[in-house]
Design a binder for this molecule. Structure first.
Ligand code: FES
Length: 155
């Protein structure tokens, strides 16, 4: 006697939940943070593989459109990493980025994005450990917020 059930009458099993892995775009300045990320890699420091790096010459090059484009293309979060204040290779451009970031966060809130989805921080070429720490924190933050597309659908 067969114990198989007919496919149409078999009870539907719930699909196993797939853990959410955030997609994060990281805009890294060429002179400090990109080298910091390189150092983290060379030292084989453990950090989540969720960041897709885009190298920019300086955080002063960042345009809010880059961040919006990253969200539109499927990113759940964005990190912008540059030289520490006072160390920018283009004088005070990263200080201007700090001001621009504040304005941008206000704009993001108006659009319905959580401000935590766009983080600005500073990582020098010698700070591989800080790079790994920032990435790890950002992944945890975005996991807590959930996928961006889901949040948009609910809005
Ligand atoms: Fe690194 Fe300007 S060169 S932030």
């Amino acid at each position: 006697m067969s114990t198989q059930t007919h496919p149409k009458t078999a009870p539907q099993r719930a699909k196993p939940a797939v853990a959410f892995e955030p997609r994060i775009v990281g805009f890294l300045c060429n002179w400090c943070s990109y080298a910091g990320a390189d150092k983290a890699g060379a030292a084989q420091l453990p950090y989540p593989p969720n960041v897709h790096v885009v190298r920019v010459m300086c955080t002063g090059r960042m345009d809010p459109q880059f961040v919006l484009k990253a969200f539109d293309e499927g990113a759940d979060g964005v990190i912008i990493l540059g030289c520490h204040p006072g160390d920018c290779h283009y004088k005070e451009q990263n200080l201007r980025m700090i001001q621009r970031h504040r304005l941008f966060l206000r704009y993001m809130r108006q659009l319905g994005y959580e401000a935590e989805r766009c983080r600005l921080d500073f990582v020098s070429a010698a700070e591989g450990e800080k790079f790994a720490q920032v990435v790890t924190e950002m992944v945890a933050t975005i996991k807590g917020l959930g996928p961006l597309s889901q949040r948009r659908r609910q809005a």
